[in-house]
Design a protein around this ligand. Structure first.
Ligand code: SF4
Ligand code: F3S
Length: 106
């Protein structure tokens, strides 16, 4: 499956949801998660993310390994999202900030 990683937090551009053919994205307050049960590994979402936050699980950077389990867990509790929405007003200022896991809201 593909996995949403650290740089999505507080950026949440949502361009990814527009291209997913199986509606595998789930929405939290400041992060999106992909359901590994639903994802068909098509790869369409990865180049759509302006924050380059999406990885195929085998390409996930080692320091982001915890996002594999996090996506699976959060996709079970958050609502599905299929429509692009306006990102947070300060999204661009958070794009590229490292280690944002401490800011994730669930
Ligand atoms: Fe959806 Fe394809 Fe991305 Fe999986 S890889 S979340 S199926 S767009
Ligand atoms: Fe997050 Fe990128 Fe989608 S910032 S919401 S994974 S387009």
């Amino acid at each position: 499956a593909f996995v949403v990683g650290d740089n999505c937090i507080k950026c949440k551009y949502t361009d990814c949801v527009a291209v997913c053919p199986v509606d595998a994205f789930f929405e939290g307050p400041n992060f999106l998660a992909i359901s590994p049960i639903i994802c068909i590994d098509c790869g369409l979402c990865e180049p759509e993310c302006p924050a380059e936050a999406i990885f195929q699980e085998d390409a996930l950077p080692a320091e982001q390994h915890q996002y594999l389990e996090l996506n699976a867990e959060l996709a079970e509790i958050w609502p599905n999202i299929t429509q692009v929405k306006t990102p947070p007003a300060d999204a661009d200022s958070w794009n590229g900030v490292k280690d944002k896991l401490k800011y994730i809201e669930t």
